[in-house]
Structure formats: C-alpha cells, structure tokens
Design a protein. Structure first.
Length: 201
C-alpha cells in the first residue's frame, strides 16, 4: 500500500503538560496552535515520519501572571524561541494500536531525543466544512501521545526554594498530546490501525 500523508488540524490538536508545584500538587498548562503532518504506509508503519511545531507563545495555565512568567527568559524565552518542534522517524509497533515514536524534540533552542508512547484511536469519514458548505467526506484519524521529560535538559531551569529544602517547580514534566489528523487525498474505506494490515487510506 502506498504512503499516505495526513495533516494535523490545529483546532482539534493540542498539547498539555503538568509539573509538580510546591512539592504537593501539579500545575497543568495547555498549548494550542499545533501544526504538523504524518506520513505513513499502513503496511510499513516502522517507516512512518511525523513533524510538528507548537506555538509556545500561547501557553495557558489559567493564571495570566504565571503565563507571563512561563513566556519569560526564566522558562520558555518565547521572545527568542517562540516555537517548539518535534521530528520523529523511528517507529516501533508494540501492539495493534500502540506505537513508540522516537525523534528530536526542540524546546528553547535545545534539541534532545525523546520517545513518545502513541495510541492510535481509529479513523472515520467525516464532514468537512468550508465557507458554510460541507465539502466532505474527509477521512480523519486520532492519536494520543505521551512522554516525560526533564525540563533541565532543555535549559528551562528557573526555580526557587521552599521550606525544608523543597522547590517551587519540579524538574519532571509530563506531556500529553491529542492529534486529529486529516488525510490529504480522497478517503478510502475501513477503520484499521496503520500497521495492522487493514485499509488506512
């Protein structure tokens, strides 16, 4: 089967992260405006390639003061590094719908290897609205991806201390990504996961 290309729909694709706060709980943040694509041959998923960019300037945690601090040079330094990126080209299938995707994650201008645990959620032919008209059907596929990174590895190093040697912000950050991908060409049939031998047009 030939390689198919899917683009990420920004309005239905986003990332969430969480880090330990004040030694007792977690703070969560969201990043939208994610753009990217996936190229995959359903019969050879190990040869898949994915690229994504995230607009770090739009970070949202529910606190304007905290969001401004995250955008500053103490954390993301969005004035000099407004986007993050991921390029993945090493894929290992671990189950019928589970994959490990390893690639290069760039945050704040620092690039490190990172492996995402990816779950394939299925695909469906759906409406596609433009200028008030349904131009569908268009084939959509869904994925979730998760990983854990150490923010210090990417130069995101600000911290402060609290009582008994504790810290304000933990170093380990959990990242969850929701992807809705749209097939660039005409939809096919079936609802099988890439790599399971079924149609994944």
């Amino acid at each position: 089967m030939a390689t198919t290309k899917w683009f990420f729909e920004p309005s239905h694709t986003g990332a969430e992260f969480r880090a330990r706060h004040m030694m007792v709980t977690y703070v969560r943040g969201q990043l939208k405006n994610v753009h990217g694509f996936l190229e995959v041959d359903p019969d050879a998923p190990e040869q898949a390639r994915v690229e994504a960019t995230i607009d770090a300037t739009q970070v949202y945690t529910g606190s304007p003061e905290r969001d401004a601090h995250l955008r500053s040079a103490d954390f993301f330094d969005v004035e000099h590094h407004p986007t993050w990126s991921f390029v993945g080209s090493q894929v290992h299938q671990v189950s019928a719908s589970g994959f490990e995707v390893t690639g290069r994650l760039t945050i704040r201008g620092v690039t490190r290897p990172v492996t995402f645990d990816v779950a394939y959620l299925g695909q469906w032919d759906t409406p596609w609205w433009e200028d008030g008209r349904d131009l569908g059907p268009r084939r959509r596929a869904g994925f979730t991806a998760s990983t854990r990174i150490n923010r210090q590895d990417f130069g995101v190093s600000w911290n402060d201390v609290v009582d008994r040697g504790g810290t304000v912000v933990g170093n380990l950050v959990d990242v969850e990504v929701d992807v809705e991908a749209v097939l660039e060409s005409a939809p096919g049939t079936g609802d099988a996961a890439p790599g399971t031998g079924g149609a994944a047009a």
